[in-house]
Design a protein around this ligand. Structure first.
Ligand code: ADP
Length: 418
């Protein structure tokens, strides 16, 4: 039986989806996490605690582990683990994306530099340090701009500024976010800030699978809500895209060129692009699949999940079809209504009753602190829909959301503001 090492950070939403896929494929899973698992003592061959922040140390541990239990594939499920997965595969002598490619895809500045170097359209950008005086930097910045961290994800710390005063506020706010212990792990990157020109236009997300350097588009999602800032909270994703097929083809080719520029060859990619009259620009391309619980919207061939596709590819198993089901699908990442402590979410049954709604999943638990962007890092839940057309999917998601009522109590402590 093939054995798979799954890198599952404790913060991931994807555990059930990947474990379910592995079970369906009949592969044995070793779960690696950054903290010791409660079952580790009882089942030492099934769980590994690895230092996700020190790949060389983790690689030594994994090499030791395989001396008694061979591993046939390593899969990192999200941004925090893609680089480590490549390092571990390298240490085990298994095929992997080049280490510098996965590292560049994790660092927004390196990514921009590689893409621009290869002529892939990206926003204008400049690297700045928190050691520079933001008041001075503001004077040499063109507006509107976007201030962002190099390493965080999920739009955390990404702030639009329209003038010098907003720029200074945004830089100081980002610096405070990066001073938090979980971000400080990013070392030098946590002292730097990327300042980009704001690209107006519609935004799309492309979910793809690279197979020997060729990009297969698994799904192209429209994001029908405007994402104009100052913060960039994701809400609705709907596939198939309603953009003209010529524009969709340009988006696919731009993403393929971006993957090539980074040197990524195999495995999932998730790209965010903005499209306007000048064509598409790549905002981001990551060597991972779609985040949160959003992959639940996707079904391929005879009903395979995205996670099954990813595991099949990693294990060298046959994939008959990469074709997504025909129906329109969508997901709404539930916006955080306001800062505070979640008491309850009312109206769930009413939201589920909306025609076209597949599922309403509240992932936040009562008593949880709700922290909106740019400081926050997670969604309180997801709504999933399927219908005959993207328009119906979008309408169903909006109606279901309208029926939900988040009861939020006052925050425990004051939060920072611009
Ligand atoms: P993350 O990796 O944290 O998601 P991104 O760089 O992808 O960070 O930015 C998050 C979101 O912010 C994007 O999806 C987009 O909506 C918006 N955004 C980021 N950079 C720009 C830009 N230069 N122009 C316009 N919007 C941007």
């Amino acid at each position: 039986m093939p054995r798979l090492l799954l890198l599952l950070p404790t913060t991931t939403y994807r555990t059930a989806a990947f474990l379910g896929a592995a079970k369906k494929l009949g592969v044995e899973v070793v779960v690696a996490s950054e903290r010791a698992h409660v079952f580790q003592q009882a089942q030492p061959g099934r769980f590994l605690s690895l230092d996700f922040l020190h790949p060389d140390q983790a690689a030594r541990q994994v090499v030791e582990f395989v001396a008694t239990r061979p591993i046939h594939a390593v899969v990192g499920v999200d941004d925090a683990t893609t680089v480590l997965a490549a390092v571990l595969l390298n240490a085990l002598g298994l095929p992997h994306n080049p280490l510098r490619s996965t590292a560049a895809a994790r660092d927004k500045y390196r990514m921009r530099t590689r893409l621009r170097g290869d002529g892939v359209p990206v926003p204008p950008y400049a690297l700045r340090s928190f050691d520079d005086d933001p008041v001075v930097e503001a004077r040499r910045t063109a507006f509107p701009c976007v201030v962002k961290p190099l390493m965080l994800s999920g739009s955390r710390g990404v702030i639009r500024a329209d003038d010098e005063a907003q720029f200074v506020g945004a830089v100081r706010r980002l610096e405070r976010i990066l001073r938090r212990p979980e971000a400080a792990d990013d070392g030098e990157a946590a002292r730097q800030v990327l300042v980009e020109g704001f690209i107006p236009g519609r935004e799309v997300a492309l979910e793809g699978l690279l197979v020997k350097g060729d990009l297969h588009v698994l799904a192209l999602f429209d994001k029908p809500d405007p994402l104009d800032g100052p913060f960039f909270e994701e809400t609705i994703y709907v596939a198939p895209s309603r953009l003209p097929s010529t524009v969709q083809a340009e988006i696919a080719s731009c993403t393929a060129r971006a993957a090539q520029a980074l040197g990524l060859r195999d495995g999932p990619v998730h790209a965010e692009l903005r499209v306007n009259r000048h064509g598409p620009s790549v905002i981001e391309i990551a060597a991972r699949s779609i985040g949160g619980l959003c992959s639940r919207t996707l079904r391929f061939g005879t009903g395979l999940s995205l996670e099954e596709l990813i595991l099949r590819q990693a294990l060298g198993m046959e994939i008959r079809s990469l074709e997504r089901e025909r129906r329109a699908v969508g997901v709404m990442m539930l916006p955080i209504p306001r800062t505070g402590v979640l008491k309850e979410v009312r109206g769930q049954a009413e939201a589920r009753a909306v025609p076209g709604i597949d599922e309403v999943t509240i992932t936040a638990h009562p008593g949880q602190d709700l922290v909106p962007l740019p400081e926050g890092a997670s969604y309180p839940g997801f709504i999933f829909a399927r219908a005959e057309s993207p328009e119906r999917v979008e309408a169903a998601l909006r109606e279901a959301h309208r029926r939900l009522d988040f009861v939020v109590m006052a925050p425990r402590k004051p939060t920072e503001a611009i």
